[in-house]
Design a protein around this ligand. Structure first.
Ligand SMILES: Cc1cc2nc3c(=O)[nH]c(=O)nc-3n(C[C@H](O)[C@H](O)[C@H](O)COP(=O)(O)OP(=O)(O)OC[C@H]3O[C@@H](n4cnc5c(N)ncnc54)[C@H](O)[C@@H]3O)c2cc1C
Length: 408
């Protein structure tokens, strides 16, 4: 079995390293992404290189190149949410949109000129996607949309929100949902920022009688769940979406941990506890990579790999939390000190990075389907175990039966 990626893909890695350079900033000796505000430029640059081509999906060569792109980008601290969400919607549109819609939107996505945010989650819950309450109703001329979405990442610079709505108010769960591509320039939309504890911006988006033409509806009226099923496969890790790779983040923590240990010399680097923890993280990083290879191979040769994708995502996200926890313990006081506390030593750059990674890692256990939801997918679809969701609340036992049991 040959696990090497081959010369063409490895050469591509060098091209990506060059491409990313203009967007890298260095702080205290640590490389990081210049920031969300420049993500639209980067997305256009990817489009110019032909890396956002929706036609290439499912080819093993493209999958591996996009893995390498994500690996290199995340290793340098790039959070590329807009690239990832736009591509997820792009792949979905190429499956479910009508020909006129494909002609209208796909060329702009391929060119990196259209950015799309995901409007699934609402204030009352994100795991229960089918419980959407944002209301859409057709008045004969256009659809009117009212309600609130929550955690709509990248909405501040998106051109469209891929919006899940409830078109049948009396319907429950999977029935009565309809999906739209809503231009963010439409009157009645308000985007307000929400920041994660690591300082990443996401948004709440309010829809106040937002008028959307029927030509922006994707899929049949009230049949939005079918559209969502296609889209959620990408959300849950099946398919190699550019910008989504978490393997680079694990490697980044490993790089920072090893650099910190080296800078501290014998005091830290020779400690067997440190060696053991670095070894464990290196194994997790390698496994994460193999999970992605397997998902990519299955996606290219067999089917949309939703169960394998969930496994890859679950392992990588839990590894990130474990790795950042171990490395913060290793950094000790340096990992909890703040910049501005005086002279904190030559390794303060990596120690601050380890602190950031510790605060940032838990976000990954929630975003795009929580780890519990990934476990349910593996259990139900992969292992054929009974459904863990959608069973409704447990019914209280009848009082009479309880009394009889107590009595005898
Ligand atoms: C930084 C960030 C960015 C995000 N970006 C987007 C975005 O762009 N677009 C978007 O639509 N959403 C986005 N989300 C929302 C994200 O998808 C939801 O937060 C996630 O799906 C969980 O939903 P919730 O936060 O409402 O928690 P809940 O769904 O209320 O869940 C709470 C807890 O209960 C657990 N739980 C819920 N249901 C079950 C179940 N059936 N079985 C077992 N455990 C369960 C969950 O795992 C979780 O631990 C983002 C979230 C974050 C933090």
């Amino acid at each position: 079995m040959d696990f090497s990626l081959g010369k063409e893909v490895e050469d591509f890695r060098l091209v990506v390293q060059d491409f990313l350079k203009p967007w890298i900033v260095e702080t205290d000796g640590v490389e990081g992404f210049a920031g969300k505000a420049v993500e639209p430029d980067l997305q256009r640059g990817m489009g110019d290189h032909g890396w956002l081509s929706l036609e290439s999906e499912m080819s093993m060569d493209w999958n591996m190149k996009m893995f390498v792109f994500g690996d290199e980008a995340s290793r340098r601290g790039f959070h590329l949410s807009s690239v990832a969400t736009t591509m997820m919607v792009g792949f979905t549109l190429s499956q479910v949109a009508n020909e006129e819609q494909k002609a209208r939107w796909l060329p702009g996505i391929n060119a990196g000129q259209i950015r799309i945010a995901l409007g699934y989650s609402e204030p009352q819950g994100g795991s229960d996607v089918a419980g959407a309450r944002v209301r859409s109703s057709f008045d004969g001329e256009a659809w009117a949309i009212n309600g609130q979405k929550q955690w709509t990442t990248s909405a501040q610079h998106a051109d469209y929100i891929w919006l899940l709505t409830r078109s049948q108010p009396e319907s429950r769960r999977h029935g009565g949902l309809t999906v739209f591509m809503v231009p963010t320039s439409t009157p009645g939309i308000t985007v307000t920022p929400i920041y994660t504890m690591a300082g990443e911006r996401t948004n709440a988006v309010f829809f106040d009688n937002v008028r959307v033409p029927d030509e922006n509806r994707v899929g049949e009226v009230d049949q939005g769940w079918k559209v969502l099923m296609a889209a959620l496969t990408y959300e849950h890790g099946g398919g190699n979406v550019p910008g989504r790779s978490l393997t680079g983040w694990i490697s980044r923590i490993l790089d920072h941990g090893a650099n910190f240990a080296r800078a501290r010399g014998d005091e830290v680097a020779d400690d067997p506890w440190v060696t053991e923890k670095l070894g464990e993280i290196a194994i997790d990083a390698e496994l994460a990579k193999l999970f992605v290879y397997r998902t990519s191979w299955a996606g290219a040769h067999i089917e949309k790999a939703d169960v394998l994708g969930a496994m890859a995502k679950l392992h990588a996200r839990e590894s990130l939390v474990r790795a950042s926890d171990k490395m913060l313990q290793m950094a000790g006081l340096a990992g909890v000190a703040n910049a501005g506390c005086g002279d904190l030593g030559p390794d303060q750059g990596v120690a601050s990075a380890l602190q950031f990674e510790y605060i940032d890692a838990p976000t990954g256990t929630v975003v795009g389907g929580s780890v519990e939801i990934q476990k349910s997918i593996i259990a139900e679809r992969g292992l054929g175990l009974p459904k863990t969701r959608n069973q409704g609340p447990r019914k209280p036992e009848p009082a009479q039966a309880t009394l009889e049991r107590q009595a005898g």
